[in-house]
Ligand binder design. Structure first.
Ligand code: NAD
Length: 494
């Protein structure tokens, strides 16, 4: 099967061009949207149109549910070992195609090529991990407490799954959902973000090449996600909604999903504190801070948003952070020496300008950056603000850019209170040389994940997710596959 429309990704270093499908993938067909509308994909590094993809109507979206539903019984009945081998093949093909996939991500998202390569490998890892999990979906057997019967529990595929992903990790957020869904025996419809649909179509193409049967993975892009997703959730056949995106949209979708009682996993926004104690190894803390702040140019739900640094090391930490942040080269994602790429769009630049302006107007001090450079593309310079006062918006909202906001503190209790003073709870970073203190602080932080003396938590083998308004459920590890199953209990006498 072939897509009528394509984006021709220029080959790198003499390799052939790659043809990426840009039509909807529904069942065994790539096809245009019912009304033949297209959505422009913008290169954030230049502001120019890169490609266009099909714009699904409500009718197209409902058809994708039919396609997934028609493939459901066959896929659920496919032996786990076979499902595992297909997922493993997706992993191998993705890794083999790292370079051009990274180029594609960088072009449509704006992130630096090194970040994009890291994302491809991280994304591929979900295929490998869930290839391994597909054959380990174990049930339970026990004797009822009164001895009358046995209790058998089996985990069955939950059913047709709608997977909605954001633009900031267009590959990893897709595979983090697709791989466990398929491992569990579910078929799915992926609805990627309008800003970064090409990566989703490229992954779907790779999956088909790996032998994933038609209808098991469907991909639809739409310029009208609110109406299209609402119709899908009300159609009655979606049994699982797995969403990654903003808390605002997540909340809205939980309301929509309530009407037909759809099981929901929600990976939502963050406002990560990065706590540095007086006894921390400062070069290590700086290295971690640079990853936690600057991976993806700060456009990560896990990005360090608020740096709380104990008074004794505040000056030294600030000095070293300014030096490191100042050395990061801002530029087009695909240029090899770029350390920080473009933001996703003009609105993202405007939001950061507002947050920095608000902090400065309340008395924060600017030590580095603080500018959106003139010229094409959507850029903001790496920025360090210190002495940011408690009321500043930058401490409350996701910055989603290369801006570090520093606040000094005196006692550990004060740091924990500041860190927990948010409705979010995705990840928190803690640096200390005292492991006992670090673990005690970790227990008291209201956060789904803690990075203790580390700048990165993401790992396909670990349960990723938040508490409070950062989400519901977990992705990755054996927890991730359970999100796509229902426990069936059989009471049996024998
Ligand atoms: P977003 O919420 O605007 O969009 C996410 C997805 O939802 C997109 O596919 C979009 O098309 C769709 N969408 C938007 N409005 C919708 C509606 N009314 N109905 C149905 N679907 C709708 O988020 P974004 O700007 O793409 O991504 C950034 C956000 O994602 C940040 O808040 C970030 O923290 C969060 N995020 C969270 C995680 C996590 O694992 N917790 C990971 C990555 C990103």
């Amino acid at each position: 099967m072939k897509s009528t429309n394509h984006y021709l990704l220029p080959g790198i270093a003499g390799t052939p061009d790659r043809s990426i499908p840009t039509d909807l993938l529904i069942g065994d067909r790539w096809r245009e949207g019912g009304e033949h509308r297209r959505i422009d994909v913008i290169n954030p590094s230049t502001g120019e149109t890169l490609a266009s993809v099909a714009d699904a109507t409500v009718a197209d979206a409902l058809e994708s549910i039919d396609a997934a539903a028609n493939a459901a019984a066959g896929w659920a009945a496919t032996p786990p070992r076979k499902r595992a081998e297909l997922l493993r093949s997706c992993f191998e093909r993705m890794v083999a195609n790292t370079d051009w996939l990274a180029q594609l991500i960088s072009l449509e998202n704006g992130k630096a090529l090194a970040d994009a390569k890291g994302e491809v490998l991280y994304a591929a890892e979900f295929f490998r991990w869930y290839a391994e999990e597909a054959v380990r979906l174990e049930g339970e057997l026990s004797v009822a407490p009164n001895g009358a019967n046995r209790i058998v529990v089996m985990y069955q595929p939950i059913g047709v799954s709608l997977l909605i992903t954001p633009w900031n990790f267009p590959a990893a957020m897709a595979t983090r959902k697709i791989a466990p869904a398929l491992a569990a025996g579910c078929t799915c419809i992926l609805k990627p973000a309008e800003e970064t649909p090409l990566t989703a179509y490229a992954i779907a193409q790779i999956m088909l090449e790996a032998g994933i049967p038609a209808g098991v993975v469907n991909v639809i892009t739409t310029g009208n996600p609110a109406a299209v997703v609402k119709a899908m959730l009300h159609q009655g056949r979606i049994r699982k909604l797995s969403f990654t995106g903003s808390t605002e949209v997540g909340r809205l979708l939980l309301h929509e999903a309530a009407d037909t009682i759809i099981n929901c996993s929600m990976e939502l926004g963050g406002n990560a504190p990065f706590v540095v104690l007086d006894d921390a190894n400062i070069p290590d803390a700086i290295a971690g801070a640079m990853i936690a702040k600057m991976r993806n140019g700060g456009e990560a739900c896990t990005a360090a948003n608020r740096f709380y640094v104990q008074r004794g090391v505040y000056e030294e930490f600030t000095k070293q952070l300014v030096a490191k942040m100042g050395a990061v080269k801002l530029g087009e994602g695909c240029s090899p020496d770029t350390g920080c790429g473009a933001l996703i769009n003009r609105a993202a630049v405007a939001k950061i300008e507002f947050l920095v302006g608000d902090a400065l107007s309340r008395g924060a001090r600017l030590l580095l950056g603080g500018k959106a450079p003139a010229g094409p593309g959507f850029f903001y310079t790496p920025t360090v603000l210190i002495d940011v006062p408690t009321g500043a918006e930058i401490l409350k909202q996701e910055i989603f850019g290369p801006v570090a906001a520093l606040v000094p503190f005196d006692t550990v209790d004060e740091a924990i209170a500041l860190a927990n003073d948010t409705e979010f709870g995705l990840v928190a970073y803690v640096y200390t040389s005292d492991l006992k203190a670090g673990l005690q602080i970790s227990e008291r932080l209201e956060s789904g994940m803690i990075a203790l003396n580390r700048g990165l938590v993401s790992d396909a083998a670990a349960p990723f997710g938040g508490v409070k308004q950062s989400g519901l459920g977990r992705e990755g590890s054996h927890h991730g596959v359970r999100e796509f199953t229902e426990a069936k209990y059989i009471a049996v006498d024998w």
